[in-house]
Write a protein that binds this ligand. Structure first.
Ligand SMILES: Nc1ncnc2c1ncn2[C@@H]1O[C@H](COP(=O)(O)OP(=O)(O)OP(=O)(O)O)[C@@H](O)[C@H]1O
Ligand SMILES: [Mg+2]
Length: 394
């Protein structure tokens, strides 16, 4: 091959390799984001790459450099690789933000666009401590492991717990007014806990909570998601109503324990959906039993709460509200939460794949049942079918 021809073949391969390098936060190829400033290849095959970071001091600069080096060193014919980092000019940043927003005007909620295909699930309960946050992060992690693009908004502004459950300690990156959410286990996550120091209480009232939630939904760049989860605080307070107002197309997943008192409050929380116009997708019963060493099931919190809520809400709302699953009490789930590694990922299933359909996914363990529920939810068609159009029959 003539020298110039092989050089241009090498250059094409180098470009293709760079196409595989993603910005760790934006999760799109750096070549698409205008982050590749320059590439040069000398006669010996040494490649010099200049990458433009969105902001100076980008916390993930090391990751980007390593990813570029890794991608290029896999290309045959490439010799030494050097990566130089520079920072975008305000104009380049503006162009990037424009591209990310798809030309949309600033400050709209992308999930409300008529063509949005993202399913939004608000995970709610009547009582506190029934496992909403644990269910949220585990369903999200299981879906992400199944290949879906998943985000979480921790809407429990006072009692935020999602960053801890996902082991996130890094603050979000800001590109001017745009906030790039940290990604853990493939899940883009935002929480007020990422903006306060240590364990300080957030002493906000209704209107501020509403604005914080609105800002999460408008200023945080989630990109195209298949599923967005909102982890709600317990009960039917300000945040639940704000979610109904800010995301009228969101659906509710109701978490309850088997206890009849808990089920009664859960039912009330579910009925609020009628006022907000949201659909209740289903009920998840948590802490349903504890497996004893002999194989017996001890029903610590009684039984039947989930089925009762499902039946009564179905009657009240006039459409089926299925019981999506019953999750046992499981030490591994609690440990996963404490350790910041969701149990659906820690316990990999019998054949080693977190999303496997296998014996362990029959619902005997919390991880198996959560993965099963995640698969059921993922199977629901994405898109506009079945979504309330916000008009009432005359
Ligand atoms: N199935 C389960 N097995 C064992 N422990 C569980 C289970 N579900 C939840 N837990 C534990 O119960 C506690 C409460 O769970 P979690 O924080 O998820 O509830 P929540 O409904 O989000 O609470 P809050 O109302 O305070 O937001 C946590 O310590 C969690 O680890
Ligand atoms: Mg919670």
């Amino acid at each position: 091959m003539p020298v110039s021809e092989s050089a241009s073949a090498l250059e094409a391969q180098v470009r293709r390799a760079l196409d595989t390098v993603q910005d760790p936060e934006l999760r799109r190829p750096i070549t698409e984001l205008g982050m590749l400033k320059d590439v040069s290849i000398d006669a010996s095959g040494a490649v010099a790459v200049e990458v433009l970071l969105t902001i100076a001091g980008c916390p993930l600069r090391g990751t980007i450099t390593a990813d570029v080096e890794r991608a290029l060193s896999a290309v045959p014919g490439v010799g030494a690789v050097s990566v130089t980092l520079d920072v975008m000019t305000p104009e380049q940043r503006a162009a990037l933000k424009d591209r990310l927003r798809g030309g949309d005007p600033v400050r709209t909620i992308p999930f409300n666009r008529p063509d949005s295909l993202t399913r939004v699930y608000a995970v709610a309960s009547g009582k506190g401590g029934v496992g909403k946050s644990s269910v949220t992060v585990n369903l999200a992690a299981a879906m992400a492991a199944q290949g879906l693009r998943v985000g979480i908004v921790d809407a429990d502004v006072h009692g935020f717990s999602v960053p801890g459950l996902l082991g996130i300690t890094r603050p979000p990156t800001r590109v001017d007014e745009m906030i790039l959410p940290p990604v853990a286990y493939g899940i883009k996550t935002i929480s007020i806990g990422m903006f306060v120091d240590g364990n300080q209480p957030v002493a906000w009232r209704g209107p501020m909570l509403h604005r914080a939630l609105e800002q999460f939904l408008t200023d945080v760049y989630f990109g195209d998601l298949d599923v967005l989860f909102l982890d709600l605080p317990p009960g039917t307070g300000d945040i639940a109503i704000s979610v109904g107002q800010l995301l009228p197309g969101s659906e509710i997943l109701l978490v309850t324990t088997p206890q009849s008192a808990a089920a009664d409050v859960a039912e009330r929380a579910g009925s609020v959906a009628r006022q907000t116009g949201q659909k209740v997708t289903g009920v998840i019963e948590n802490m349903s039993w504890l497996a004893l060493p002999g194989g017996e099931r001890l029903e610590v919190f009684g039984s039947g709460g989930g089925a009762a809520v499902s039946g009564r809400l179905g009657d009240t709302l006039g459409y089926p509200v299925p019981l999506l699953g019953s999750i046992p009490l499981d030490v591994a789930l609690r440990e996963g939460g404490d350790g910041g590694l969701p149990v659906v990922l820690a316990d990999a299933g019998a054949d080693g794949a977190p999303d496997a359909v296998d014996a362990q996914d029959s619902g005997e363990t919390a991880a198996g049942e959560l993965r099963r529920i995640a698969r059921e939810l993922a199977r629901r068609p994405r898109g506009l079918a079945g979504r309330s159009l916000g008009v009432s029959p005359v």
